[in-house]
Design a binder for this molecule. Structure first.
Ligand code: PMP
Ligand code: GLN
Length: 378
């Protein structure tokens, strides 16, 4: 067959995790926790199965779960999303992203993507015949230059993709970004895809500027979330997308043929578990402790720490250690020193290399200690 994604190989997470396993390295590359999720949540899944919730869920998801999501969005962001028409449960954030892009993008539509960018946006745009208009951001701050965004906009611009807290840079949108974005999209026919899978992992008391908070942005946004990040259950592949009814109607037309619906017992379990708001409100403190611990340990190495305001990734610059490319040094450190990371040039479509590596700190303290002991030898 003729490849629809000729430039695309196996993604960097698969590659680095496989290398870590092959050489027995500590895996701080692919982002996932190395500790178990709440036993209570597991018993709720067991209960749902025992109670017989083992057949197809409704296409848009179990109603009790959609209701809990609606309550959460109202409580946290003052936003009203109707469970019937504006919330759909997805197979993780990935399917939410793919479905939203597929529903919205027509051939030759332009989509603005800030790079470094999580890897699942561009392929979906290209498969739909859309054009990726990337705008590169640079360390240490990775701030969005809004004047350049303005210059990128044409009458074909159909969507802007945002991700805050951000993977891989750990930056978060500020109020000034929201103001600039609002001014740009206000009178334009531009949609927003807001990847908010790390919404609850935000540090130093900062505010998560969800698109749901701002009516001008909310009314044109698909917002994607993931229970994998929220409950330390990346393997469950459960998430959701919210959008105003007209957008969600188009989203569901695709969703019903991509997956029809997603697994039922976990939806029942999460619906029950979400009733206690502490399960998401406590997440920022939980990860801030890990961030602080990991940063102070890494400060003893020769790596230069970049800022970390959210999500569970710490980036470091190594230019004072080596002039290798990040795609060379990441596998070398994995093999020679036993710690796997992600080379962040993988998140730039042109492979731009700022000599930055990303480490995931969603790990037990013991794992972080072992990793830093090894990194000290570099
Ligand atoms: N967006 C971002 C920024 C992510 O980091 C991830 C998970 N790595 C996803 C989307 C996908 O989420 P899920 O694992 O729930 O599909
Ligand atoms: N989101 C995770 C990360 O950024 C990995 C997801 C995946 O493996 N596709 O590391």
């Amino acid at each position: 067959i003729t490849s629809k994604l000729p430039q695309t190989g196996t993604n960097i997470f698969t590659t680095m995790s496989a290398l870590a396993t092959e050489v027995g390295a500590i895996n701080l590359s692919q982002g996932f926790p190395d500790y178990t999720c709440s036993p209570e949540l597991v018993s709720l899944v067991n209960k749902a199965m025992k109670d017989g919730h083992n057949q197809y869920a409704p296409m848009a998801g179990v109603m009790g779960l959609r209701e809990q999501i609606s309550i959460k969005l109202e409580k946290l962001y003052g936003a009203q999303y109707h469970p019937d028409t504006e919330i759909t449960i997805t197979a993780g954030g990935t399917q939410g992203v793919f479905t939203a892009i597929s529903a919205a993008i027509q051939p030759n539509d332009e989509v603005i993507v800030f790079e470094p960018a999580y890897d699942c946006y561009a392929p979906a745009i290209k498969l739909m015949g859309g054009i990726v208009k990337s705008l590169e951001l640079a360390p240490p701050d990775y701030r969005i230059p809004w004047d350049m965004v303005r210059r990128l906009i044409t009458n074909k611009t159909r969507m802007i993709i945002l991700n805050s807290p951000h993977n891989p840079t750990a930056t978060v949108l500020q109020q000034s970004d929201i103001d600039e974005l609002t001014a740009i999209v206000k009178d334009q026919d531009i949609l927003i895809l807001s990847d908010e899978v790390y919404e609850h992992i935000i540090f130093d008391g900062q505010t998560h500027h969800s698109m749901a908070r701002y009516e001008e942005l909310r009314k044109r946004s698909f917002i994607v979330a993931s229970f994998g990040k929220l409950f330390h259950t990346t393997g469950w592949k459960l998430g959701y997308c919210v959008a105003p009814a007209l957008l969600m109607q188009e989203f569901r037309k695709l969703h019903q043929f991509l997956v029809f619906s997603v697994n039922t017992p976990m939806q029942y379990a999460v619906a029950e578990y979400l009733k206690d708001e502490n399960v998401y409100l406590g997440l920022a403190d939980f990860f801030q402790q890990k961030r602080d611990y990991f940063r102070s340990a890494l400060a003893q190495t020769r790596f230069e720490l970049l800022p970390c305001s959210g999500a569970y990734f710490q980036s470091v610059r190594y230019s004072n250690i080596s002039d290798e490319k990040d795609t060379e040094i990441a596998p070398r450190i994995t093999r020679e020193f036993g710690v796997a990371s992600i080379p962040t040039s993988a998140f730039y479509s042109r492979g731009t290399d700022h000599q930055v590596l990303r480490f995931c700190f969603a790990k037990q303290q013991e794992t972080l200690d072992k990793a830093v002991n090894k990194l000290m030898k570099i």
